[in-house]
Design a protein around this ligand. Sequence first.
Ligand SMILES: Nc1ncnc2c1ncn2[C@@H]1O[C@H](COP(=O)(O)OP(=O)(O)O)[C@@H](O)[C@H]1O
Ligand SMILES: [Mg+2]
Length: 244
Amino acid sequence: MPDDVILDIQDLNVWYGGIHAVKGINILIKRGEIVTLIGANGAGKSSTIRSIAGLIRGYKGYIGYRNRAGEMLRLNNRQPENMVKMGIALSPEGRRILPHLTVEENLFLGAYTRTDTVEIDNDIDYVYELFPRLKERRLQKGGTLSGGEQQMLAVGRALMSRPDLLMLDEPSLGLAPMLVAEVFGIIREINRQGKTILLVEQNAFAALSIADKAYVLEVGTITIEGAGAELLQDPRVKEAYLGG
Ligand SMILES: Nc1ncnc2c1ncn2[C@@H]1O[C@H](COP(=O)(O)OP(=O)(O)O)[C@@H](O)[C@H]1O
Ligand SMILES: [Mg+2]
């Protein structure tokens, strides 16, 4: 594997009982890229990203990740906490922030694997710079935030582990178009600052517009792949995902 590959997925298969949700997919991510996985509801996007994060056990296939020391490690069947320590963070679908904790407490939770207190404080400030709205609401309970703000909090919390690979599961879900543009602008900014991003999305237009590389997932199978800009022009993608 070339040195610049950070994630290498080969022949990933996920089953839920008799349901074959992911059917032998391959994904390659290079350091510094934004890679997107787009597809309809039920295509297997979350199953893929959750397998990488160690939240799905017993998948079949190979998932390799290059750690900070440059070694390619097989991720299969490691504990989620281990993944976070190795630099992989997931902002889950449906936000999943803790509604009874404040914004700031939610952010601190994202740093649960870290002990470098001073740096954690610096990273809280960094997240507040990215998301000034969160700073204004830092003492407010998570559950009182709007949908868009909760989404921002989920992304901010994932950043608090200082990941090398940031995985986002449908950050645009339920957001008004203006907020989608805002959140995607911030995702691009996070990427510019050096983080590799795996972005799972149903909003194909927004995702393809910022992606270096893209995969289309249809009922568990990758049917189209290429540069984001290329897929934006692809007649099959236009027809099925961009409203013709
Ligand atoms: N915990 C589960 N138990 C049973 N089936 C599941 C479970 N999670 C997902 N599935 C099924 O696996 C398929 C893929 O789901 P998912 O990965 O969530 O797709 P997506 O994120 O693209 O919407 C769907 O058919 C879904 O119903
Ligand atoms: Mg999903």
